[in-house]
Ligand binder design. Structure first.
Ligand code: PFF
Length: 459
């Protein structure tokens, strides 16, 4: 095993347990809640998809998040070195999971920074009134102009990279923790204001019916894979982000309750986003199942239809930018922590290297609607390919191996010690339930969903 070149004291860490919790919520809450969740719900049968997603979150997402946080906290190292350090024998290449995770982090960042770039651009467009039109043709044109301009696509992606770099160089506590502590409460307040506005519009109840009446005929193998992929993406698991953040959690922090709170907070934001979007969409007679363009074409027109729409729209895109920022900080932290600890590269240098690489791998995603729109791999452009490969393949496979590692290789004693804080917490029942789920339920479900979603088994 390679020891860290930094002494334990030189490692960053979150200053308080609350700060650790908020930063972790900051990682989970992101574009997933506001951009992906509503359009996937819209495309996959509304409430039936939400139920599937809940099942995936409880039986797969939460157990994997618990596993990651406790591994990181035990090893106090970045994802790759955590897997190496906890591996029962040097001959078992568990570090490969950490390495695959770093790859997934890059793929996700590549398209995530692009969508975040559109969101940042939309904050300014909302303020200037450029997208304040009730005519979807006008808002659609504005979006097309943005994504088909190679210059603007790259520029906004680079602005996003610059903003998160400036935050993350300040370190784990002064950068990530301090920022998320400010952004997350603001985000919640803005989201609640918009949800209340949306819910009190005449005709809002149709949106509620859409969100909460299940139509199980829409549930196919592909929809189940999508729900599981969303659970992984949403909770930032399966790739070492939560291992990295867990390594900054407090020694006496309660992992099962802490992670459950993160999961609930994240779920609340998703549901609130649904409540902010769908009642208003239906109230003004728009189409709910509008795919990814829901956020950038339908929503501006929806806001433009209501009184003071410009104000609500601006708030909406600011809160989305805040959400994206917290999530991107956690994605960047995975390679930065590794370079910093493994090769003693300073945070500033590691940040420069990472964002430089991202500007390169991100460019194909940024240009996938313009210069490279004709380039298709497996029938997808770069943007969709990065999204599909990370959410629906890399994260579930990473999560599967993490569950198998914790359930079958790390040892029952280690797991019980980590989750009870060496016997201090009296939560035997919870720990036993976790032990059964992580060994049997999680791996079997992930395997079945993967095989079925990829068309290898079932119909
Ligand atoms: N959880 C974030 C979201 O839902 O937007 C996305 C994400 C962040 C995925 C960090 C993975 C990750 F490591």
């Amino acid at each position: 095993a390679q020891p860290s070149r930094l002494s334990a004291a030189a490692r960053g860490s979150f200053a308080t347990a609350l700060g650790a919790l908020v930063a972790t919520i900051g990682s989970a809450v992101g574009l997933g809640n506001i951009w992906k969740f509503p359009y996937l719900v819209g495309n996959n049968g509304g409430a039936a998809f939400i139920i599937l997603y809940l099942v995936c979150t409880l039986l797969v997402g939460l157990p994997v998040m618990i596993a990651e946080i406790m591994m990181g906290r035990k090893a106090r190292a970045n994802a790759i070195q955590t897997m190496r350090a906890l591996s029962p024998s040097a001959r078992q290449p568990w570090w490969l999971i950490g390495a695959a995770g770093a790859l997934a982090a890059f793929l996700i960042m590549a398209f995530y920074t692009e969508v975040a770039g559109w969101v940042f651009a939309y904050v300014f467009k909302a303020i200037s009134g450029a997208i304040l039109s009730t005519d979807p043709q006008v808002t659609s044109q504005a979006f097309t102009d943005l994504v088909t301009s190679p210059f603007q696509s790259l520029l906004w992606q680079w602005i996003v990279l610059a903003v998160i770099s400036l935050i993350i160089v300040n370190g784990v506590s002064k950068g990530i923790e301090a920022t998320t502590k400010r952004l997350i409460p603001l985000l919640l307040v803005m989201l609640i204001i918009i949800a209340v506005r949306s819910l009190t519009l005449p005709g809002a109840s149709q949106g509620l019916a859409f969100l909460f009446t299940p139509d199980f005929s829409k549930i196919t193998g592909a929809a189940v894979l999508t729900a599981m992929g969303l659970a992984f993406f949403k909770l930032s698991i399966g790739m070492g982000t939560m291992i990295t953040y867990g390594s900054y959690w407090k020694e006496d922090q309660n992992i099962p309750t802490g992670t459950a709170r993160v999961m609930l907070a994240d779920l609340s934001v998703s549901v609130l986003a649904g409540l902010a979007v769908f009642p208003a969409v239906f109230a003004f007679g728009f189409e709910p199942a509008a795919g990814p363009s829901l956020l950038f074409i339908t929503i501006p027109s929806v806001f433009a239809s209501m009184p003071f729409g410009g104000v609500f729209m601006t708030l909406f895109f600011i809160l989305t930018a805040f959400a994206a920022t917290g999530a991107m900080l956690s994605l960047l932290e995975v390679p930065i922590a590794y370079m910093n600890e493994r090769f003693a590269i300073s945070r500033v240098k590691a940040t420069l290297i990472t964002t430089g690489l991202l500007a390169v791998v991100g460019a194909p995603a940024a240009l996938s609607s313009s210069t490279l729109s004709g380039v298709k791999l497996f029938g997808m452009n770069f943007f969709d390919l990065y999204d599909f490969a990370s959410s629906n393949l890399l994260l579930p496979i990473g999560g599967l191996f993490i569950a198998i590692f914790v359930g079958w290789f790390w040892g029952r004693k280690n797991v019980f010690e980590a989750l009870t804080n060496s016997g201090v917490l009296k939560n035997e029942g919870v720990v036993r339930a976790f032990w059964v789920i992580v060994r049997f339920v999680t791996p079997v479900l992930v395997i079945l969903v993967l095989l079925n979603g990829l068309g290898i088994i079932g119909g």
